[in-house]
Write a protein that binds this ligand. Structure first.
Ligand SMILES: C[S@@+](CC[C@H](N)C(=O)[O-])C[C@H]1O[C@@H](n2cnc3c(N)ncnc32)[C@H](O)[C@@H]1O
Length: 224
């Protein structure tokens, strides 16, 4: 990792068979997460990491591709990372872009198969270009969009739209049920629908603290 938070050295993919990650160590991750939230609530965006149930629901999008390239945004302590790694087919590629350098460093140690990048999700286009990736099949986001100012919501969504395969790609994120009606959450969904022709919202995943909806967006609009 380079000081100054620009780049965490990524690990490269493992050879097949893919190593399955250990259990998430949920409560140990939760304490790290809670400290991060106390220091920086806006950027961390949640008090606890996502549950394995939410992670599994979100990671399903990866399974429809043969050898997908997946960009994960805001992996935190790795809850969704674990979910993605569990279902990622052999030959798939998984990048994880995390702003918090402490989280990024933990991810590098814990997920040797994942290419961890310590940067902003808004820089996704550059991150991919530096790695010779033109488009990704799936973007899986754990970002706290509801806590973001509108400019950052737009910047990240624009970066996603420019990076995901416009016809066959998918973008997935979650909204906490309790925050669903907040103006920032509504604004985010408006921005999302302006960029994607198909936006599906799941039933609430109740086995998560707090319960959350999974949002899945497909078909990039040509007029964005
Ligand atoms: C709500 S937490 C979710 C963590 C994890 N994905 C989960 O579901 O448990 C949001 C994560 O996004 C990261 N984050 C916040 N702003 C970011 C940005 N602009 N770019 C990349 N990561 C960011 C935070 O550091 C934090 O790890």
């Amino acid at each position: 990792m380079r000081d100054g938070g620009v780049t965490v050295k990524s690990s490269t993919m493992s050879s097949s068979p893919r190593r399955r990650p250990q259990g998430s160590g949920y409560w140990s991750d939760a304490s790290v997460f809670l400290w991060s939230w106390l220091r920086s609530p806006g950027a961390t965006g949640a008090v606890l990491p996502s549950s394995q149930y939410l992670a599994s629901a979100m990671a399903q999008v990866v399974t429809r591709y043969e050898t997908p390239t997946v960009a994960e945004l805001g992996p935190g302590t790795g809850a969704l990372t674990t979910g993605i790694q569990r279902v990622l087919p052999p030959g798939g590629r998984h990048l994880a872009v995390e702003l918090n350098p402490g989280f990024a460093q933990r991810l590098v140690a814990r997920f040797p198969e994942v290419e961890v990048v310590n940067d902003s999700a808004a820089a996704l286009g550059r991150v991919l270009k530096e790695r010779g990736i033109e488009r990704v099949d799936a973007v899986v986001s754990g970002l706290p969009f509801t806590a973001f100012p509108v400019a950052l919501q737009r910047d990240v969504l624009d970066a996603v739209v420019a990076s995901v395969d416009p016809d066959n790609g998918v973008f997935t994120t979650f909204n906490y049920v309790g925050a669903y009606s907040m103006p920032a959450a509504q604004r985010f969904r408006v921005l999302l629908r302006r960029r994607f022709a198909e936006v599906m919202i799941s039933r609430p995943v109740l086995r998560n603290i707090p319960p959350a909806y999974v949002l899945t967006a497909r078909k990039v609009r040509g007029d964005t």
